[in-house]
Write a protein that binds this ligand. Sequence first.
Ligand SMILES: NC(=O)c1ccc[n+]([C@@H]2O[C@H](COP(=O)([O-])OP(=O)(O)OC[C@H]3O[C@@H](n4cnc5c(N)ncnc54)[C@H](O)[C@@H]3O)[C@@H](O)[C@H]2O)c1
Length: 316
Amino acid sequence: MKISNRKRILVTGGAGFLGSHLCERLLNDGCDVLCVDNFYSGTKDNIVPFLGNPRFELIRHDVTFPLYVEVDEIYNLACPASPVHYQFDPVQTTKTSVHGAINMLGLAKRVKARIFQASTSEVYGDPQVHPQSEDYWGHVNPIGIRSCYDEGKRCAEALFFDYYRQHGVEIKVARIFNTYGPRMHPNDGRVVSTFVVQALRGEDISIFGDGSQTRSFCYVDDLIEGIVRLMNTGDGYTGPLNLGNPDEFTIRELAEAVIELTGSRSRLKFHPLPADDPRQRQPDIGQARERLAWEPKVRLREGLASTIAYFRGIGS
Ligand SMILES: NC(=O)c1ccc[n+]([C@@H]2O[C@H](COP(=O)([O-])OP(=O)(O)OC[C@H]3O[C@@H](n4cnc5c(N)ncnc54)[C@H](O)[C@@H]3O)[C@@H](O)[C@H]2O)c1
């Protein structure tokens, strides 16, 4: 029986980049936070600041196995998100997305908790429409080296909507676009962390292709605000909802901004494009604007400055 009015919130993947920011935000909002993580791509360092907080609890657990806890809300973020991590053990990546979704949805059904799914812009694959809105079904290679992640996340979305239709579970699905900020893993191969670390070490900045492919980058604080607003929308609203920053930059522009802001002497070095690398990715955030009155506020240079300060601080 519940004896307090504080919300009890489970965050899977809570020791990861986004998960740790989400835990911090929910603690600041006065919630009890239960962080579940198997430290596959996350680290305890990300949650050390909260370990002394009596409202914060940590369980080392792999979401591919069932979990029995009493909570009011579940944020399901567990899943390696960078290609380096998710391609290291692709079978485990699919299991984490699919079995993890089944286990967390089963829990949500049992305890009648509302559940959020961290889906991804990768469900759009290498998109043939631009920008991508939520009604676009995507252009995904089902058998490529990114498929464990892309198809795992697509299957998880299907499961969320089936639990909603079949069992009435209250779901909230966000499709998250490229997000960056402090606590990214320094060796995860994601473009912002890689460029910042290379610039701080004075190494060449590796650009795949000619650097004209574009990406949109959302600062982590903006994204977390969007996630929490989505979770707090009314009962009938499920998403999927795009969350990201629609400002588009070429990879080359990003590299040049990082070099300038770090004051580095690094030079650009060009490499062949990896398989299935999308040319262009930009969210249509019309729904998020309308439903959540949300849009990103942090400009790229401002967000890069905080990210660079973080990586300097951890001695990258
Ligand atoms: N960061 C982004 O730009 C981005 C974009 C789209 C979607 N997402 C999604 O957001 C979520 C969080 O991404 P992130 O960038 O914080 O990645 P991350 O790798 O930093 O965090 C993922 C966390 O999940 C944990 N984890 C992995 N497998 C697990 C398992 N089987 N059981 C328990 N914990 C497990 C990892 O240890 C890690 O702490 C992921 O689901 C990812 O797909 C992120």
